[in-house]
Design a protein around this ligand. Structure first.
Ligand code: 13P
Ligand code: SF4
Length: 317
């Protein structure tokens, strides 16, 4: 009998689809994905793919970003209810008010925002390029950073720069407490601590590395350290173990599990491909679209970020 994974791979081929998965997705989804990565890597893949259909295994703002970058493709979210509470902490109206109170400031929006908020922003960023994006803004210009106050405060401290923050945060990363990190460090005295910048400042102070999920994966793969305490959403541990089976990865708390990321399941990936009927006008509930007037403005903010994040061509000697 054909397994669910086999059915997905067959339908994927029939419909010329690509499966993109965030590093926090369930292990079985990461395993069947064409690409698993962080928010920046996923946006780059979505912008460059030749597929007709993108199955986006992540949360709603990620699928929206893919739809903005590839308006001619069908973008499917396996569970249409998988949102991001941090992205929902700010509205376009709220941002407009903040802009009117800070005239002339450049608005940097974390990719964890709705398309409507991106449309009100000057440039987008992810956790892997936030410092680079803020550094590209002239020193004498004010910066409004939305919506993640933890990532914003981390970038501000790294760059020694004053910025105005929106008071948003990731409920999952804020469940990782400094005392739990301390406890793990006592249990594993030789371990290094890695943390995502969505964590609170007291957790980041205890970390040996602060990076995006792909930055964390790279460090875990490449470093000689054998025991690593993982300060981010626990779903990443699947990938870390797969890439370095000889190393020990230590969860800080079982609370660091994003319920929205876990809404997508292998069955739902299959169903969204099965529901896709390219011959009718009836759109499946899985299809994510963005009205073109909003997409046009949001695209500018995302493309500015992608342009800044392109690897510079190797110097010829
Ligand atoms: P990155 O994978 O870009 O580090 O993002 C983390 C995150 O919380 C996405 O919702
Ligand atoms: Fe949103 Fe946090 Fe979940 Fe990422 S981990 S999707 S930021 S709630």
């Amino acid at each position: 009998m054909e397994s669910i994974a086999e059915k997905i791979l067959r339908l994927k081929k029939d419909k010329n689809a690509v499966i993109l998965a965030h590093n926090y997705q369930r292990g079985e989804i990461q395993d069947i994905a064409d690409f698993a990565g962080d928010s920046l890597g996923l946006s780059q893949q979505a912008a460059e793919t030749d597929a007709d259909v993108i199955v986006f295994c992540g949360v709603h703002f990620m699928a929206e970003t893919a739809a903005i970058l590839s308006p001619d493709k069908k973008v499917l979210l396996p569970d249409p209810q998988s949102g991001c509470p941090m992205a929902d902490m700010i509205t376009a109206d709220g941002l407009r008010k903040m802009k009117s109170e800070n005239p002339g400031a450049t608005v940097v929006c974390y990719v964890n925002t709705t398309a409507a908020v991106k449309a009100e922003s000057d440039i987008c960023c992810t956790s892997s390029n936030a410092e680079k994006v803020v550094s590209s803004i002239p020193e004498d210009q004010g910066v409004i950073f939305v919506p993640d106050k933890s990532l914003g405060a981390y970038v501000a401290s790294q760059l020694g720069r004053k910025m105005t923050f929106w008071p948003g945060f990731c409920p999952t990363h804020h469940r990782i407490l400094a005392q739990d990190v301390e406890k793990r460090k006592q249990e594993y005295p030789n371990a290094k601590v890695v943390a995502h910048p969505e964590c609170t400042a007291d957790v980041l102070e205890l970390a040996d590395l602060v990076a995006s999920t792909t930055g964390i994966a790279r460090f875990c793969r490449e470093s000689d350290v054998k025991e690593i305490i993982v300060g981010t959403e626990n779903g990443i541990i699947h990938r870390l173990k797969k890439e370095s089976p000889d190393k020990t990865f230590i969860e800080i708390t079982e609370q660091a599990t994003c319920p929205n990321m876990k809404k997508n399941t292998l069955e739902k990936v299959l169903w969204c491909l099965e529901d896709l009927n390219t011959d009718t006008d009836t759109e499946s509930e899985h299809v994510v679209t963005v009205p073109e007037d909003i997409a046009k403005k949001a695209r500018l903010a995302i493309e500015r970020m992608l342009e800044l994040s392109r690897p510079s061509p190797a110097l010829k000697g």
